[in-house]
Ligand binder design. Sequence first.
Ligand SMILES: Nc1ncnc2c1ncn2[C@@H]1O[C@H](COP(=O)(O)OP(=O)(O)OP(=O)(O)O)[C@@H](O)[C@H]1O
Ligand SMILES: [Mg+2]
Length: 231
Amino acid sequence: MLEISNLNIFHGNIQVVWDLCLKVDEGEMVTLIGPNGAGKTTTVETIIGLNRNASGSISFGRENILGMQPYDIFKKGLVLVPEKREIFPKMPVIENLLLGASNQNESESSLKHVYALFPILQEREQQIAGTLSGGEQQMVAIGRALMSKPKLLILDEPSSGLSPILVAEVFRSLENLGREGMTILLLEQNVRLALSMCLRGYVLENGKIVLEGKAKELMHEKHIQKAYLGI
Ligand SMILES: Nc1ncnc2c1ncn2[C@@H]1O[C@H](COP(=O)(O)OP(=O)(O)OP(=O)(O)O)[C@@H](O)[C@H]1O
Ligand SMILES: [Mg+2]
């Protein structure tokens, strides 16, 4: 579904990602893990068209989307839940969710799906989003992304800033989404969690993929155990 080949990305004149190759097949949950500053956010911002200062190719379906405008990429079904969530704090939950719908005719069925996945959002439908807990705000951000019925959902560090209990709650919902067949690319620093949930993974360090493979096998790699799992 998504196939990235030899992607080089720059911020101004400075190169931050080198020769990145990565693919996500339909129905797969794949993780891109790496420490602070590795280039995870830069990579997804390039995938969704926010940074076009890049070379290589990003195929989605059969089309090379590198260089396309963000809105055109969004319409193809590629949706990002951003690192900073970017919900509208002064608006109620329901209005935040409805903003994510790309097709008003489908918004009712999308809303049903989001509420089935996150029942708490239905209970809190009229609550001002900025007064929700961090985990609930993350659910609003994921819910809003789901409102447009994406083909590929990309999540940029959904665990960031959440307590362990809230992380577990958010990840349980992501697992349910995966079981429903949603194709997911998950960017994470929480390596243990990401590898336990996804089928395959890529490890990005200093802008380069240093390891890739089945999540179960990565979990047993010496480098992963030492650098990320504290074993
Ligand atoms: N707009 C920008 N201009 C210049 N450099 C940038 C810009 N955005 C990011 N960088 C640099 O690119 C590198 C990769 O940053 P990026 O945000 O992609 O990392 P990350 O893996 O998402 O890290 P984190 O886990 O902390 O979110 C860093 O060295 C960062 O300082
Ligand atoms: Mg980031």
